[in-house]
Write a protein that binds this ligand. Structure first.
Ligand code: BG6
Length: 515
């Protein structure tokens, strides 16, 4: 696994291959995939024998598609743009118009790939990237299977990257996995969760397991509770139709928030091999107690934003007024959960999760609150109560780690003030432009699935939220919209922690200091 290798100085280039992008006319290709390939070639991690083949129903030839990518690349890679690197990549980008549901087109695809192999020396290694709706995954892989494009031999590999959503509930996730397994072994399937491509998410493991002082404290003896916040200030933008079907719970919790929880809570794996790491994450998910219907009523909160005013003064419309959204929609744009784990390390430690759109800030963090000191020894002083110590892993933006603890306020009397020790990535490592897809694409080319999701992990994620979805489905919300855009969500989310005598951390986003 290429952990912490965004500058990849020691890494070797990927093996010869063709990356075939289904849905190449969509946003993802121009915004993320081609820029990620640019960064990889800039880091000399793509092999000389490399090609991209974009597939879509749009009418382009190679040059037309190249022009389209060229128009956008500078906007997406910014100041690291380098003409020579881009020319190198551009010459390797090809396009083929295809009807993804037509069998004969896959015969043509085979011929085209054979020609590319002959011209580019790509040796029959194919990485298929499914930048298409999930309803097409099964059909496309069936066609690829029929023409033998998913058949691996000792000399060549065939891998498929798929994007979420991996189903919309447990049953559909199982059905999707079955469809994929019709034509592929599990080790050919790379389910991408872009949170696993984030440096700061990978750093959770480094922080925990590369430093001796953390692990002794990382358990129920010392930790009071954990809060995971993935807050977005953006609304649903042009994705209303998709979001109506998904909602905040499906869109974020079984995937991104449970990835964060898995990395925070897992036992040290024996190695950073894919199986070892995924097994530990799966054990965490297994240990999470599914909520009973009664518990759903007290441990799960949903919300939908109404019109409101964002901190920058922008007036924004209600979710129900967004394009593609039902004016009486019951879809939640906010979800919060309180989860517990049945295992030795975490028994009795609540994990509070919250995520939502149109919240006060665009901000993701994991806050670990330690237990208070057992006694206040500063009796007969001005100290009445000690603040709990808090460790905050800032995932984005201003990536870093902050430790808040008590220190003596200078002066003749004993007063204790809360202070912060703050590490900002940028101060130490500068600002390295990346899309978050570089490590993941490179790992797939190398056959390293550590940062991809196994079928089991996906199904376990759905199992955890299924009881909530069932109750929410049976009891339509009565009070939507129940929070104004620009706030921290519905009041009931506050009760989730307040009822336990706790509070959500007040989030103040530190400014990057620069070097
Ligand atoms: C996506 C969700 O998976 O993650 C989006 O579908 C969400 O709704 C996005 O906005 C958040 O990703 P990030 O990297 O901006 O935190």
């Amino acid at each position: 696994m290429s952990l912490m290798q965004t500058d990849f100085t020691e890494a070797s280039s990927a093996p010869p291959n063709v990356m075939i992008i289904f849905g190449a006319g969509g946003d993802l290709t121009a915004r993320k995939l081609i820029p990620a390939l640019f960064h990889l070639s800039n880091a000399r991690l793509l092999p000389e024998s490399f090609a991209v083949l974009g597939l879509d129903r749009l009418d382009f030839d190679d040059d037309g598609f190249r022009d389209r990518m060229a128009e956008q690349i500078k906007a997406h890679v910014g100041e690291v743009f380098d003409q020579a690197i881009w020319d190198w990549l551009l010459a390797r980008i090809h396009y083929m118009k295809i009807d993804m549901l037509s069998g004969p087109d896959y015969e043509l695809l085979c011929e085209r790939l054979s020609r590319i192999d002959a011209e580019r020396g790509t040796e029959g290694n194919y990485l298929f990237y499914m930048a298409i709706p999930p309803s097409l995954f099964g059909k496309v892989t069936d066609h690829l299977g029929e023409v033998g494009l998913l058949h691996e031999t000792e000399d060549d590999w065939r891998r498929v990257i798929i994007e979420k959503p991996f189903g919309r509930d447990l049953d559909s996730a199982i059905a999707l996995n079955n469809e994929l397994h019709r034509n592929m072994d599990e080790d050919q399937i790379y389910r991408i969760d872009h949170y696993l491509g984030k440096e700061t998410v990978q750093n959770i493991m480094v922080f925990r397991f590369a430093n001796g002082f953390i692990e002794p404290l990382w358990n129920r003896q010392h930790i009071d509770h954990v809060q995971i916040t993935v807050a977005e200030s953006v609304g649903v933008e042009h994705r209303g139709a998709y979001y109506e079907e998904a909602g905040a719970m499906r869109d974020m919790i079984p995937n991104h928030l449970l990835v964060l929880l898995g990395f925070v809570a897992m036992e040290p794996p024996n190695s950073f091999e894919a199986t070892a790491l995924r097994d530990e994450v799966n054990k965490v998910l297994d240990a999470i107690q599914p909520l009973t219907p009664e518990q759903v009523l007290t441990c799960a909160v949903r919300g939908q934003y109404g019109a409101g005013s964002m901190p920058n003064g922008e007036q924004v419309q209600a979710y129900r007024s967004s394009q593609g959204v039902d004016p009486n929609s019951h879809t939640e744009t906010f979800a919060a959960l309180k989860l517990g784990m049945d295992n030795w390390r975490w028994a009795g430690v609540p994990f509070y999760l919250r995520t939502g759109k149109r919240l006060t800030a665009q901000y993701t963090e994991i806050a670990i609150q330690f237990k208070r000191a057992p006694t206040i020894m500063f009796k007969d002083t001005e100290v009445e109560e000690l603040e709990p110590d808090m460790l905050v892993l800032r995932i984005q933006p201003n990536e870093g780690i902050q430790m808040s603890f008590g220190a003596k306020v200078p002066g003749p009397t004993m007063k204790i003030g809360a202070v912060n020790m703050d590490f900002c990535y940028e101060d130490y490592f500068g600002n390295k432009p990346a899309t978050g897809y570089e490590t993941l694409i490179y790992d797939c080319m190398k056959g390293d699935a550590t940062l991809y999701k196994h079928a089991d992990t996906v199904e376990k994620g759905w199992e955890i939220v299924q009881s909530v979805l069932d109750v929410w489905n049976a009891l339509p919300p009565r009070e939507f919209p129940n929070y104004a855009a620009g706030t921290w969500g519905p009041p009931a989310a506050g009760d989730l922690t307040k009822n336990d005598g706790r509070l959500w951390r007040r989030i103040e986003i530190p400014k990057a200091r620069g070097r």
